[in-house]
Ligand binder design. Sequence first.
Ligand SMILES: Nc1ncnc2c1ncn2[C@@H]1O[C@H](COP(=O)(O)OP(=O)(O)O)[C@@H](O)[C@H]1O
Ligand SMILES: [Mg+2]
Length: 321
Amino acid sequence: MANAELISELVRAHYLGDQRRFGNLLNQVIASESRAGHVRLAQRLRELRIEAEAAQESPARPTQLARAPRDLAHVLSVAYSDVKLSDLVLSPENRRALRRFVTEQRAAETLANHGLRPRRRLLLHGPPGCGKTMAAHALAGELRLPIIRVRLEVVFSRYLGETAATLTDIFAEASRVRGVYLFDEFDALGRTRLDDNDIGEVKRVVTTFLQLLDADDTDSVLVAATNVGATIDRALFRRFDDVLELPGPTPEQAAELLGRLLRQWGTRPDQQTLEATAGLSFADIREAVDDAHKETVLDGRDKPRPGEVREMLLARGARLS
Ligand SMILES: Nc1ncnc2c1ncn2[C@@H]1O[C@H](COP(=O)(O)OP(=O)(O)O)[C@@H](O)[C@H]1O
Ligand SMILES: [Mg+2]
């Protein structure tokens, strides 16, 4: 449960008729409940707020009241992140761009005093396993905001036909609850896997998404991530404040990641181990080291055998080809 002081303040705000304060406190309750893992309660409170606001906005329109707020519980998954930008191995340009993003977000108020808005819409593209999802979590961790993943696969499979309306609801939610909204693998939006009957629907969905991005006026951070940046409609690019490519690791970056991961055993990668990272993603390298770690633990050793990490890297590489 939310703490006693918060609840007392909430009640006080209600009796004083201080709507603004009530809204702020309610946001804190929702945040604290979702942090405590009470996801359903948090979701229910959000829905109640949406219902109440809808009723206030249009008291004379019963249709509005009759329409239950679309249930976003299956579409949004909320989590908290303690990932930091320094956890990512990045090119200097990408690190600078992400730092600037964080700096501007942190200084939102100062910028507002000068009529300026911080960057808040970010498009990340690049091959799988190279840090797109992780970068979104790092932004949330740095900004101490919840990371809210928009489950586009659900939006699409469950509500096709309602997809545009669901997207509209998601953007409305983003303006109520500040967070890092991650549209992961959002190429699902533009993918033409559907038969001819659905093409019109997909176009409508993409158009809606573009309009929502254009009109978006929230304080939330919107991150879209895709593996297929090269084929993505360029019209999308200019809607974002930053478009960053996160490519596969250079040999130096692979060495940096491997170096960090082996530090837990106080060892450094030798030349042959470094060479075994060729063609692997950051995620592959990470998983290979985890494989070696598991064998080590299961064999009751305190560090990997010489050459063990290299073996695991080669095994990962062999799986790819
Ligand atoms: N640039 C990176 N620096 C450090 N670790 C990384 C990086 N990219 C990926 N990883 C590791 O691989 C995992 C999966 O990466 P992820 O961000 O999900 O990739 P993507 O979303 O690009 O497919 C991460 O949780 C992390 O352990
Ligand atoms: Mg990802």
